[in-house]
Ligand binder design. Structure first.
Ligand SMILES: Cc1cc2nc3c(=O)[nH]c(=O)nc-3n(C[C@H](O)[C@H](O)[C@H](O)COP(=O)(O)OP(=O)(O)OC[C@H]3O[C@@H](n4cnc5c(N)ncnc54)[C@H](O)[C@@H]3O)c2cc1C
Ligand code: FES
Length: 273
């Protein structure tokens, strides 16, 4: 395991997936050791925007890191202007990421909503690869439920094909079933032992509540959520990203956790929803 470090990455290419979603491929040594659920901080060239922009690792391959992001403001607009051959300063790999050991021998449900879909790609690919190896260090089954606003805002729709069963949900029913990801999980009667989720906070709250509702004395469904809240420093120094927790945190001894260091992935039972 490497320490987090600052590097200069080279842009290999950048493509548009939808009107406002971009896929950026960076040649970076951070690709060597990034884990699913971790993120990187990208520094904008414009001195007026000193705060780094956190983006989750979508995938890594052959010294490359793939990032998928929505252009929402000045920082991401600047990222969107990067072209092949440009360089970008980045710090990573940040945060804890998902622990694949929690999937061993389990029926796994991966849930991604909107911009929570990209980090679930790397996680699903890794779990699929572990599944191919077989044996004790392999998930029993893998189901992915992906939620979007509508067909037009869909991206990475086909990317998950081949990893396991894929179920879609959308607000207007233009792709998959009409409703939320939890509506789709209920409608498809998807059975699971462990859930990994990333997406908007209301979705994460609903998924965590579903896991609690379906847990019994015989079967406790573990649920791990990635909280992609707003961040400032991204390295644990400013306390700008704390979330209330049900247990005192080792760092502060109060019921708080820094999402950028102790997270972004948490056992849902640790979060004071
Ligand atoms: C750990 C982590 C991982 C992330 N991963 C991704 C990712 O993989 N893909 C992706 O597209 N985005 C991701 N984000 C969100 C991304 O960091 C922000 O969209 C980005 O920093 C906005 O910068 P900006 O300068 O373009 O926009 P700003 O000018 O800072 O903001 C423009 C608009 O975006 C909204 N916004 C800013 N930050 C966030 C945020 N964190 N969440 C939701 N809305 C925000 C603001 O409220 C505002 O309306 C992640 C955030 C975190 C904390
Ligand atoms: S963003 Fe500064 S402590 Fe997390």
């Amino acid at each position: 395991m490497y320490e987090k470090r600052e590097v200069t990455a080279r842009v290999e290419k950048q493509d548009s997936l939808t009107e406002d979603i971009r896929e950026l491929i960076l040649e970076t040594p951070l690709a060597e050791d990034a884990m699913p659920g971790q993120f990187v901080n990208l520094y904008c060239g414009d001195g007026a925007r000193l705060l780094p922009r956190p983006i989750s690792v979508c995938d890594v391959f052959s010294g490359r890191m793939k990032l998928v992001y929505r252009v929402v403001g000045a920082g991401t607009a600047e990222l969107a202007a990067l072209k092949a051959g440009d360089t970008v300063r980045m710090v990573g790999n940040l945060g804890n990421g998902y622990d694949p050991r929690t999937a061993f021998g389990k029926d796994v449900l991966v849930v991604g909503g909107g911009l929570g879909v990209p980090p679930m790609y790397y996680l699903s690919r890794l779990l699929h690869m572990l599944g191919l190896r077989g044996g004790a260090e392999s998930p029993a089954t893998l189901t992915m439920v992906l939620g979007y606003r509508d067909e037009a805002s869909t991206f990475m729709k086909l990317a998950f094909t081949g990893f396991g069963r894929v179920v879609f949900a959308s607000d207007d029913g233009s792709i998959g079933m009409k409703g939320t990801v939890v509506d789709a999980i209920r409608a498809e009667n998807i059975s699971c032992d462990v859930i990994y989720a990333c997406g908007p906070l209301p979705m994460l709250r609903a998924v965590a509540s579903y896991a609690r509702e379906k847990s019994t004395d015989e079967k406790n469904i573990k649920c791990y959520v990635s909280l992609e809240e707003r961040m400032a420093c991204g390295i644990g120094a400013c306390l700008g990203c704390v979330t209330k927790t049900t247990q005192p945190d080792e760092h502060s001894r109060v019921n708080n956790a820094r999402i950028c260091v102790e997270g972004p992935v948490f056992d849902a039972e640790m979060i004071a929803w």
